[in-house]
Write a new protein. Structure first.
Lengths: 296, 275
């Protein structure tokens, strides 16, 4: 056992760094995934993470390797803000807005990369992760941004809960919902950038959906959903990390396969919802088709 | 401004207690959907907003509490703008506006009614007592720890009412609170609203069933793009008014701000208005 799980950590510092990064990503993205799932915004993570490629490329070109994470964060925030802004101020809905913004940023990133061919960026690693390439500076950035995200959600839990369940009431009682949306986009951007090294910008999408979705199958409160999602995220990161090390599989795919298997497990043990007759029958057949019948 | 109230109802003065809407214009993206020259909801009575589909009932309600930004006019509660005292106004949204698969227990949703007072701070013993009492009032105490995804339509409406009550606001505004509920829930909801009104709460509800409105509302405002009539149900829901409101809705270019005809006036049979 020890040679499987402990020896890799003792032998190589970069392995310890990689494992720490994987665990942080597992926790933070799991918490975010709960909010994305209950808010029906699962693909927002998809969109921002693709746009991040542009930031990775630009950051590298400007500052070299240390510029990658700051560049990624700036572009993530800008693209997230652009999406939120366009959704609020045009008649185009969020799904289409996301498609427009992220494909543009992704295309621009790829175009620049193909033209410049920067030597320091491995496209495969950016897309799918490379835990064993996590530097200690990367780890600090990941840890600090992850801690910030968790702190904001822990402190503001009640607000996040109300805003997610009933944004109308949130606004009606005076919550600044627009500011809240930008804040949430910021948290999401920070999480994606923190996950960059571990799972890459394509596969982080899974970490921003699957743990929360699996937890939702098993719980009926947002708080317990978050705790369970964290457990699932941790388990996926841990098992994916060791699978990656021993089987020589890229870390991102290994972690995502692990989290998908955990989802399947949750699906197997969760009570499948019976399409409740009482609930369906109670719903008005055509509420909009009301005809008022004044009694005489 | 001409009072549409008149008659047996005492005309409200500007400083009167309760909710006073003055010349409020509300719409979407610059297009005004509804204009409300005057609406008075006094504490101690149930005010019902009725009118045809697309007449702007819900839009008006959302304008009053600021979910939609009014293009003009004001909404005052006890003489002060509603916008300055949002926590004093509880809003009960349409049931269909919410995702009932959301991971929450019945108690969690009622607890949201304390958010305007408590915010992110820890809930006090008083909060928990209020939450428990609200659950009991709507008959959901036994289901406090049930997931909301298991509730029936009537239970969902009662839950939303419990949340509104837990807010302990000066006013409660309800958007179709009886939509899709069984008779038992309907009676319970109406009883609770009546009792809240007796305690001095301002109750304003949007509802489409005129029969129910006749039975429970003390004051009725008929909206079809503008205020067609206002007054006690017997007068505001006269056949003439109803004909005017419900047939005028299809051609809203013509405003219907004229006072209601007498109730005794025979109304011709009109398509779209079943009798």
């Amino acid at each position: 056992m020890t040679e499987l799980f402990v020896d890799p950590l003792v032998g190589y510092g970069f392995v310890r760094t990689g494992l720490a990064a994987a665990l942080i990503v597992g926790v933070v993205s799991a918490v975010l995934s709960c909010l994305l799932v209950v808010r029906h915004q699962a693909l927002m993570g998809d969109a921002i993470s693709h746009a991040v490629l542009l930031g990775v490329v630009l950051g590298y070109l400007v500052m070299g390797r240390p510029g990658i994470l700051p560049g990624a964060l700036v572009v993530a925030l800008l693209s997230g803000a652009a999406m939120t802004y366009l959704e609020r101020h045009t008649s185009i809905k969020l799904d289409a807005v996301m498609g427009i913004v992220f494909t543009f940023a992704f295309a621009l990133g790829l175009a620049i990369m193909s033209a410049v061919e920067p030597r320091g960026i491995d496209l495969f690693h950016v897309l799918f992760g490379n835990l064993l390439g996590v530097s200690s500076v990367d780890l600090v950035v990941t840890a600090v941004s992850g801690a910030l995200v968790l702190a904001v959600i822990a402190v503001g839990f009640r607000a996040f809960e109300l805003w997610s369940f009933d944004p109308q009431m949130a606004r009606a009682v005076g919550m600044r919902v627009t500011g809240f949306e930008y804040l949430f986009t910021g948290l999401l951007s920070a999480t994606i950038v923190a996950s960059l090294q571990a799972v890459g910008i394509v596969l982080v999408i899974a970490m921003l959906i699957t743990p929360g979705a699996a937890a939702l199958l098993l719980t009926s409160r947002l708080r317990s959903m978050m705790l369970l999602a964290v457990a699932i995220g941790l388990a996926a990161s841990l098992s994916g990390f060791y699978a990656s090390f021993h089987l020589d599989v890229a870390s991102g795919p290994a972690i995502v396969i692990a989290v998908s298997l955990l989802f399947a497990l949750a699906l197997a043990v969760a009570p499948l919802r019976r399409r409740g007759l009482a609930r369906r029958a109670a719903e008005p057949v055509a509420a909009a088709d009301e005809v008022d019948a004044p009694a005489r | 401004m001409t009072s549409l109230d008149g008659g047996p109802q005492p005309a409200s003065v500007h400083e009167a207690p309760g909710l006073a809407v003055r010349d409020l214009g509300v719409g979407y993206g610059g297009a005004e959907v509804v204009r409300c020259p005057r609406l008075d909801a006094e504490p101690g009575r149930i005010t019902a907003i009725v009118g045809p589909n697309g007449g702007g009932k819900s839009t008006l309600l959302k304008g009053i509490i600021g979910l939609l930004t009014p293009s003009r006019g004001t909404a005052l509660l006890d003489g002060r703008p509603v916008a300055e005292q949002l926590r004093a106004v509880a809003f009960m949204p349409q049931r269909a506006a919410l995702d009932w698969d959301f991971p929450a227990q019945v108690r969690d949703v009622v607890a949201m009614g304390r958010y305007p007072h408590r915010g992110l701070r820890r809930r006090t013993r008083e909060d928990h007592e209020i939450i428990a009492r609200s659950l009991e009032e709507v008959g959901l105490a036994d289901l406090a720890t049930h997931p909301i995804r298991h509730l029936s339509g009537g239970q969902q409406q009662r839950l939303l009412l419990a949340r509104a009550l837990a807010q302990q606001g000066r006013a409660v505004l309800l958007d179709e609170p009886l939509d899709g509920v069984d008779l038992t829930s309907e009676q319970l909801i109406l009883d609770l609203l009546g009792r809240a009104a007796q305690r001095g709460t301002v109750i304003v509800l949007v509802h489409h069933d005129l029969t129910t409105v006749r039975q429970v509302a003390h004051h009725v405002v008929v909206i079809s793009g503008t205020v067609v009539a206002a007054g006690p149900p017997s007068r505001a829901l006269s056949p003439g008014v109803i004909e005017q409101a419900y047939t005028g809705a299809s051609s809203r270019s013509q405003p219907h701000a004229s006072p209601a005809p007498e109730a005794s006036e025979p109304a011709a049979r009109t398509p779209g208005v079943p009798r």
